[in-house]
Ligand binder design. Structure first.
Ligand code: ATP
Length: 361
């Protein structure tokens, strides 16, 4: 396994800048995700790391060694594709052994290593089958074994679970995480599925039109999005627009529905007077009840319930605030309905769950 350093990587196709000045440090043994919407440049970045494309600018280093111009077969990367890309005319065993044959590994060692790789992905009983006799999930396990058998310095996974049904996707998330932990290999995983990234990653780089919008652990990206793009792309959020009136802690934002306080340090450079939005996750909003001690509640919003959706383990509420802004909240104990459509409602949110970010656009 290696660490990776990307320094100012840019790659253009004609007038399209697919990857725009990307710099990243990926540690040895990390399960690192490139996450973003379709067309944001994640596959191009993965292919640059594999060596299928050369960058127009910037450097790629493996363990501090420059590999920017090194061809793919001299980088020792294992690749796993969305469509598995197994050879249909070869057995599972032959597919997995292929990389070892190319590397002229002696046949006896080949047998041991193929057996070890198939055991790792729990496919040891399927060696003599042809790929078309396997389910999608099994084919993806074989593709993983084929990538791992060469003992790669880094495994690159390009949307590996997209072709699987929802149940198998969940199962394979756990499997890939287990295989990562057992092999301790550096893995870079491309997906547009934020749940996949949040549930599996050590760290995530969120990409927006070729550039990295934020890098961090799943919790910090979800709880402290650095800008409106990340707040909106990762999970659901509510935006309440306003003007920053105090930059000292707690921050204060004057909004048409009252003053909102936040105790989260903003990631961007903001000044008092700036137009901002407060990003508040639906689960951070509570239905406010009068304080029996008569104390003042912070961050109280009032409005009218517009819609409720009962989903068994939780219930979603859409509330129209007094200025017309619609916010969503979730109640995770929906045994008793909080309020029905048309009912006035008072909401509140903890200042530690309000993220102040610069107004987009
Ligand atoms: P998806 O999730 O849809 O695969 P992505 O985030 O992986 O998207 P890329 O495939 O890296 O995005 O594409 C980034 C941009 O570069 C897109 O605008 C795409 O149209 C463009 N692009 C990618 N490959 C080429 C190519 N070979 N020739 C021309 N344009 C390309």
């Amino acid at each position: 396994m290696v660490s990776l350093t990307l320094q100012g990587i840019t790659r253009k196709f004609g007038d399209v800048t697919a990857v725009d000045d990307v710099s990243l440090e990926i540690a040895r043994g990390e399960l690192f995700f490139l996450l973003g919407p379709s067309g944001c440049g994640k596959t191009t970045l993965l292919r640059l790391i594999a060596g299928f494309y050369a960058p127009d600018a910037g450097s790629i280093l493996f363990d501090g060694q420059e590999v920017t111009r090194r061809p793919p077969h001299r980088r020792n990367t294992g690749m796993v594709f969305q469509n598995y890309a197994l050879w249909p005319h070869m057995t599972v065993r032959e597919n997995v052994a292929y990389g070892l044959v190319l590397r002229k590994v002696p046949p006896s060692e080949q047998n041991d290593r193929v057996a070890e790789a198939l055991r790792m992905v729990r496919m040891e009983r399927y060696g003599e089958r042809s790929p078309n006799q396997l389910s999608g999930g099994q084919q993806q396990r074989v593709a993983l074994a084929r990538a791992l058998v060469i003992r790669p310095d880094v495994v690159l996974l390009d949307e590996p679970l997209s072709n699987l049904d929802a149940r198998l996707r969940l199962e394979m998330r756990d499997e890939i995480r287990r295989i990562h932990d057992e092999t301790a290999t550096t893995m870079i995983y491309v997906t547009h599925d934020q749940k996949e990234a949040l549930s599996m990653a050590d760290r995530v780089a969120v990409m927006d039109t070729g550039a990295v919008a934020q890098t961090g652990e799943p919790r910090s990206i979800y709880d402290r999005p650095a800008n409106a793009f990340v707040a909106d792309f990762i999970g659901e959020t509510n935006f309440v627009a306003g003007r920053l009136t105090r930059l000292d802690m707690p921050l204060a934002v004057e909004t048409p529905v009252g003053i909102l306080h936040s105790t989260i340090e903003p990631a961007e450079d903001l000044s008092p007077g700036d137009e901002v939005v407060c990003s508040i996750r639906p689960e951070a909003i509570r239905v406010s009840r009068p304080d029996p001690t008569g104390g003042e509640e912070e961050n109280v919003l009032s409005g009218v319930v517009r819609q409720t959706v009962y989903l068994g383990d939780h219930e979603q509420y859409s509330v129209q605030l007094d200025d017309g802004t619609l916010v969503k909240l979730v109640d995770h104990r929906p045994g008793q309905r909080l309020a029905g459509p048309g009912a006035p409602i008072r909401l509140s949110c903890d200042p530690s769950r309000v993220v102040v970010i610069g107004k987009p656009g």
